[in-house]
Design a protein around this ligand. Sequence first.
Ligand code: HSE
Length: 309
Amino acid sequence: MKKITVTAPATVANLACGYDLLGLAVDSPVDTISIKETDSGKIRISSIECSDGKLPSDVDMNTAGIALASYMKENEIDIGLDISIDKGIPLSGGMGSSAASAVGAVFAAEKMFNKGNGMIEILSHALKAEMAVSGAGHADNAGPCLYGGITLVRSYSPLDIVQIPINIDIYITLVKPEIQVRTKDARSLIPENISISTTVAQSGNLAALIHGLHVSDLDIISNSMQDYIAEPVRSQLIPGYDKVKGAALNNRAFACNISGSGPTVFALSQSLEDANNIGDAMVKAFADQGGVSSLMYISKINTEGPKVI
Ligand code: HSE
């Protein structure tokens, strides 16, 4: 009976000005997903290791199960599979946890069955899972998780992902306060309509950020990582957000914003020493908010995506 195990990376979606469009993969944390052939004739979730909460082991409610079932159906593969998931990525933290399990499961299946599915096909199965759990098939976590690096969703219909070149050597500090924010809830805060002036401001930043990444100009990147759509409303869900962001920027972060739908806050810097100092200052700023404890991750950009281990 065949078995395959893969890791799938956490991701920082939106990157401030690219709501539902831009995302970046990080080296850590990762989810580890195994799929194993069985003679049960069914897809089952056999084990979930998860340190910070409960995940459904019902295949129809778990993103790895939903995405894998979709892949198996589409590829007309009718055999039993057991999935085991080791959740390294915190749940409801804004680090693409649901996307990583979904991408990992489908990537593993394609490695096992070799059905010639391309990246867009793999991604589309993962997006069905995202749609099921967050009410939206946003691809700015699953995209960078699968492709690695920084990706832009050029179009959702048809789905089209553009990989952005990265020639910058940066560190990403991720600080996740102990609270959880469900993506669905955070999305419900986003205004249905935005004004022309907001659209112009946001588009200017998004275009400049892409240009800054192309020419590896950290000043342009720094100036353009401003968000007029999600941050103003979602920051209310994060205790002491302004102080946490201030702590990062005062400690040499060249950008800081909400990671995905939060509550994780990310900061970008140019050295490991800065990344650590920034993280310590952010953790302290959270602790100053009535003792909110937090987890810190420091990472480089992951350019590889999922990996067979
Ligand atoms: N773009 C999505 C959102 C990412 O901000 O809701 C969720 O992690």
